[in-house]
Design a protein around this ligand. Structure first.
Ligand code: FAD
Length: 316
């Protein structure tokens, strides 16, 4: 079923969904099942699986010169999504990115997904590779997420890259995209970022999942701005609890978000052993308020930590 159908059928109830990471190389499907098995009691209608493109590493050769090598640290999402759907009977939502994919490779990936009955996709641009200072698309690849959305929407109309396929079967993808309550770090300002979000929705995106945030006001203001700009699709808050003290610095550096002063003060004066509990309680309060305001779904970034997510979800 489509993610948006779940929202429509929920009759105003707030759903719960989770996001998992493919295990590091050497791991197995069991690593994902270990995280998802205990989370199934919360009856998530769908589970997202993130995508991680290959990275470059520089290896010294016998000659003393360094050679640039591409390595994949985590497997792709197609097989993982199929396994999740098979085991739990819930919908799996693979994240598909522009980075590292030509348009042909994107089409092939989408054909595989369609073939396996995976018809929800979160369409993203992806970030710059390590050692690259900006996002560089593949030759004949997409530059922005909106272009990926357009390609998927064309396939939904039976239009493929290979024009010899003049009667291609229509895919039926429900397309989600990312939104940033505190703006994407490259955007000149939030209003401009929302203009680009409008483009993604006009191109065919039917729901938005947000970047994590720790201050609900930022989310509410973002939703108000989106609505005022004419974006009427469901907006799902993405949530992650703070679990370690060092994240006060690492999360803003990596995700370009701010922590509210009250949380910073509480964490700064606490012992490391108490940080996780503080983060869990903060996330519970966030979740309760978001639920009371009627968000369609609470989407938790599990980051491989089922126990913490269970504590939050079971308090709702
Ligand atoms: P876009 O929508 O393309 O926007 C990127 C930037 O370009 C923004 O600053 C935007 O304002 C600007 N922009 C957009 N259109 C235009 C235009 N026409 N002209 C000029 N500027 C424009 N990354 C992964 O690698 N794997 C994942 O699984 C993954 N999952 C994610 C899930 C969520 C919910 C979120 C919020 C992010 C996720 N990311 C993931 C990170 C994401 O790939 C990065 O944040 C990336 O930098 C931007 O992706 P986007 O889809 O928002 O890009």
């Amino acid at each position: 079923m489509k993610v948006t159908d779940y929202f429509e059928r929920s009759q105003g109830q707030t759903l719960i969904s989770f996001e998992v990471l493919p295990p590091l190389k050497g791991g197995s499907m069991q690593d994902i099942f270990d995280i998802l098995d205990p989370l199934m009691e919360f009856k998530p209608p769908f589970v997202d699986v993130t995508y991680h493109r290959e990275e470059f590493v520089y290896k010294m050769q016998e000659t003393g010169y360094y050679e640039k090598t591409a390595i994949r640290k985590r497997p792709g999402t197609v097989g993982i999504c199929a396994s999740i759907m098979h085991r739990y009977g819930v919908d799996a939502v693979p994240h598909l990115i522009c980075g590292g994919f030509s348009k042909e490779e994107t089409e092939n990936a989408l054909i595989d997904l369609q073939f396996l009955g995976i018809n929800n996709v979160l369409a993203l641009r992806g970030d710059a590779r390590q050692f690259e200072d900006k996002f560089i698309p593949e030759p004949n690849g997409h530059k922005f997420a909106v272009d990926l959305v357009k390609q998927m929407q064309e396939m939904n109309q039976g239009i493929y890259l290979d024009t010899n396929i003049d009667k291609g079967s229509k895919t039926d993808f429900c397309i989600g995209v990312a939104g940033y309550p505190e703006k994407h770090f490259e955007a000149p300002n939030l209003d401009q970022d929302i203009q680009y979000l409008i483009d993604k929705v006009k191109a065919g995106a039917s729901y938005i999942v947000t970047q994590m945030f720790f201050d609900n006001e930022k989310f509410f203001e973002f939703v108000d701005k989106c609505r005022a700009a004419g974006i009427m699709v469901p907006i799902v808050p993405g949530l992650k609890p703070l679990t370690r003290k060092y994240q006060l610095n690492s999360i803003p550096r990596k995700f370009f978000i701010n922590f509210p002063e009250a949380l910073v003060k509480e964490v700064a004066k606490a012992d490391e052993k108490n940080i996780k509990q503080i983060g869990i309680e903060w996330c519970i309060q966030q979740s309760k308020e978001l639920k009371a305001k009627g968000v369609p779904c609470l989407h938790y970034y599990t980051m491989g930590d089922a126990e913490t997510t269970i504590k939050i979800a079971s308090s709702l």
